[in-house]
Design a protein around this ligand. Sequence first.
Ligand code: CAA
Length: 382
Amino acid sequence: MDTLYSEKNRVLRRSVRSFCEREIMPIAKDIDQEARFPWEVVEKMGKLGYFGIQVPKKLSGAGMDSVNYTIVIEEISRVCAGLGLCVTVHNSMAIYPIMGFGTGEQKQKWVPSLARGEKIGAFCLTEPNAGSDATAIEATAIRNGDHYVVNANKVFVTNGGVADICIIFVRTDPDAGRKGTSVIVAERGTPGFVVGDIEDLSGMRSNPVSSIRLYDCKVPVENLLGREGSGLKIGLQALDVGRIGIGAQAVGIAQAALEEAVKYANQRRQFGVPIAKHQAIQMMIADMATQVDSARLMVTRAAYLKDHGKPFTKATAMAKLHAGEVSSQVADMAVQIHGGYGYSKSYPVERYYRDARVTRIYEGTAEIHRMVIAREVLNEYK
Ligand code: CAA
């Protein structure tokens, strides 16, 4: 697997791993149990460029490509998936739409502080009645002179509790159906911008996932991204990019589960030998390692295609689908190898098991991904 990467990729991986093991690993269990967002680490990550991974240096970013992006996300998620989630959503779902569709002025206004990690970004699409069906959103932004009056109820917003700059999907023309969807950028602190309670989630607990509500919130017209009616395309394009990051996150969780399972299998003795000597355990370890490698290869391929300006929707959907399923299966086998201890909070594998589960749900469920892949394949061979 390692030969796939350049020396620069490997140096980056080593440096991110060393930071994560030094700064995040010691607190990963506690921030999960306390559901605490670790600002002290986030500040350091900002200084290292993790919050502006693909942003050009002139806008205060690290100027890396997508393959390096997957390496950073995988390594953070290997240690703490909740922080991996924060970083991937911030980079792909908040910064990317501004970089991809914003004007020069909009980029100058929002991107540098996001890229330095001084401000945190969020992507607000999901609503109580709109999840997989992104076209069903009910939020509205009605133009009134030089501003929009925005009313929205966004739920399950990753980074919601700490986000300063939010990408909000709204209807600017409620009668135009899916063609009336637009994207506006709303900033925390604007009157009418309300952060709801933090969700008490099963996994990803260090991420302050919350609802965000806008009540008659006046947002300047300059905060519209792209043009009115282009919201669905912006959202789906951002999701194509974001899903590479979720795939990388899933690989990171699976990698961690594999490593813990091997460590435990070599320590735990039953029937007079370490359980790693038993063939039943070896079969699981072989399957886990093969699955992790296959998921990483697929995620890297999707990132490579994006970096080379090739279509990557299908490759990304396949990578995210596969990595999400691999992550759950590998974490499940890691729990199985740990036996009763795997079901206890004394060992990290139960956290991986909880964290892995949502990678098959957010940024498009496994079922939506099968739909996207089937559409592409049916189109390809017709
Ligand atoms: N890139 C750019 N444009 C795209 C696109 C893509 N990948 N896919 C479709 N489009 C365009 C289409 O060309 C079409 O444009 P026209 O109207 O001009 O023809 C338009 O977008 C609508 O496309 P579809 O007709 O294919 O739309 P659809 O209603 O059939 O839905 C879908 C397609 C794949 C199901 C899509 O709705 C989808 O991906 N849904 C899942 C949404 C999702 O991931 N939700 C959760 C995200 S938020 C989150 O998870 C929170 C977090 O922070 C982690």
